[in-house]
Design a binder for this molecule. Structure first.
Ligand SMILES: [Cu+2]
Length: 98
């Protein structure tokens, strides 16, 4: 009986250590270019849409640099996922580009 509870404690500590480890790695800032953003409406659309994605902590879209800084868990959401969403919203290319 005693060995079972010690075993459970070891398992619980293992999970705790694992979750701490992943938290210290994430969130990471991923910068994605979105040249199609031209006003505050565009930046809010990008911010609100990306913020709803799983693994995304916070989003800041900068109109001047046309860059979107996404603070996310890169083990859950990849740069490609973020670029896909921005492309679907129509901001991946500058107006006039294909
Ligand atoms: Cu706009």
């Amino acid at each position: 009986m005693k060995s079972i509870s010690v075993g459970l404690i070891v398992i619980a500590l293992g999970f705790f250590a694992a979750s701490c480890g992943s938290e210290s790695e994430a969130p990471r800032a991923v910068h994605v270019s979105a040249p199609g953003m031209h006003c505050d409406g565009c930046t809010s659309t990008v911010e609100e849409t990306l913020a709803k994605m799983a693994g995304v902590d916070s989003v800041f879209a900068d109109l001047d640099s046309k860059e979107v800084a996404v603070y996310c868990d890169t083990t859950v959401v990849s740069r490609g996922d973020l670029e896909d969403i921005i492309a679907k919203l129509g901001f991946a290319t500058a107006p006039g580009e294909q």
